[in-house]
Design a protein around this ligand. Structure first.
Ligand code: NAD
Length: 389
């Protein structure tokens, strides 16, 4: 981005979506408004419908008009899509189709899923505290290829029997570009990259391994290892701190990042960023629309607030504001505030709060940090920037 770009108005598109989406995006927007005013940022926010709500309104999970708006925006913040009321629809018009279309049409091939355990949440993890203390790993998932997009796909009748087919394919340029992103990210962290595949049985991942090895020649300072996906799933729960950056394809990344989510205590804590080569990005919590708790003021908004921090980091080039938001979240946790999903027996019952109240508490911490002079910001991880450049 050049200086001229830095100073022009930034356009954000907020797509709250279904289930808990609107409740959690609302909390992130409250944070954005405070930051916007404090730093006098020229940011315009538009809101639109996507997913099930868009199906109910327009008959489609993602209209052409909203897709065009997303393409013109500097960044998109998405809540979540989906719910049981749309599950009977054909897969091609279900709410989740909106996500796949946004990812592919915006070429958001690099999905960053940091799994960081706040030191205040050791008790919330499903693993023993000593296994997860200071956990800080990054899963980089390829997002626009692999079995979720490969053709042919579908269900048809073959010899009188219904048969389902999906195609797992990657070409070498798709593997190369995500491998470069992964090596660069590892370079800015602990310089360890683990590429996950199933090269012992799937030819497509044999190619994956070959290409990652070829790319590694450009990064002699990064220690590269390879692991089969079944072993990686086991190692993530056995000894997660052995990992620094994991790079993998679309489906394996989907599954491994949910495992990593539980290591951090709750899926409600994990943000994600999906970027294209222009740093244009879509930011969303890793979790889904959580229909079981939607509309009850229970959902944890932290994953969405941290996604907003990533938006500032990657698409608006404001590392300072990203760190400020992350510090506000950390400060709030240090004060003992917890939503239900991250509360433990040790939590003060008066500090188990709802979605909006967690938003209030983060805002209060943010205002506290903004009032400090000079501004001191402590990143809740080990101060390692999850880099793309
Ligand atoms: P989910 O992530 O919505 O929920 C799994 C569990 O985690 C539930 O018990 C839920 O209550 C809990 N949970 C999720 N987010 C939480 C939060 N912020 N705070 C507290 N608890 C939280 O996954 P699911 O139940 O498998 O899927 C529900 C719907 O979401 C489905 O329609 C699915 O297709 C969709 N989905 C959407 C996305 C997305 O929009 N990116 C991702 C995954 C699933």
């Amino acid at each position: 981005m050049n200086a001229q770009n830095e100073s022009r108005k930034k356009k954000l598109l907020f797509l709250p979506g279904d289930g808990v989406g609107p409740e959690i995006v609302e909390q992130a927007e409250r944070i954005l408004n405070v930051v916007k005013e404090q730093f006098e940022l020229d940011i315009e926010v538009e809101h639109d419908d996507v997913g099930g709500v868009a199906i109910d309104k327009f008959g489609l999970p993602l209209t052409e008009e909203i897709l065009n708006k997303a393409q013109r925006a500097d960044a998109v913040l998405l809540g979540a899509v989906g719910g049981p009321q749309w599950e009977h629809l054909d897969i091609s018009v279900r709410p989740e189709k909106a996500l796949l279309t946004l990812r592919s049409q915006l070429s958001l091939f690099a999905n960053f899923r940091p799994a960081i355990l706040s030191k205040h949440l050791k008790q919330a993890s499903s693993l023993k505290p000593e296994l997860v203390e200071n956990l800080d790993i990054l899963i980089l998932r390829e997002l626009t290829g692999g079995i979720y997009f490969g053709q042919p796909r579908g269900v048809s009748k073959v010899n009188g029997l219904r048969e389902g087919i999906n195609t797992y394919r990657y070409n070498e340029s798709e593997i190369k570009r995500i491998a470069h992103v992964a090596f660069k990210a590892a370079r800015q962290r602990n310089k360890k990259l683990c590429s996950v595949d199933k090269a012992n049985v799937l030819e497509v991942t044999e190619l994956w391994r070959e290409v990652v090895n070829e790319v590694s020649v450009d990064y002699p300072d990064v220690e590269l290892s390879h692991m089969y996906v079944d072993n990686a799933a086991m190692q993530l729960v056995r000894n997660p701190k052995q990992f620094d950056v994991i790079v993998t394809g679309n489906m394996f990344g989907d599954i491994l990042s949910d495992i990593a989510a539980m290591l951090t205590g709750s899926i409600g804590m994990l943000p994600s960023a999906s970027l294209n080569s222009k740093q244009q990005g879509m930011y969303e919590p890793v979790h889904g629309s959580a229909p079981d708790i939607a509309g009850k003021n229970i959902a944890n908004p932290i994953a969405t607030v941290l996604s907003l921090a990533m938006l500032f980091r990657f698409s608006l080039n404001r590392e300072d504001i990203a760190l400020l938001i992350e510090s506000a979240v950390n400060k709030t946790l240090s004060k003992g505030y917890r939503t239900q999903d991250i509360a433990s027996e040790a939590t003060d019952k008066n500090k188990v709060v709802g979605t909006k109240e967690m938003g209030d508490a983060i805002l209060q911490s943010l205002n506290g940090l903004l009032g400090e002079h000079p501004l001191t910001v402590n990143h809740h991880s080990n101060n390692k920037v999850v880099g793309f450049k």
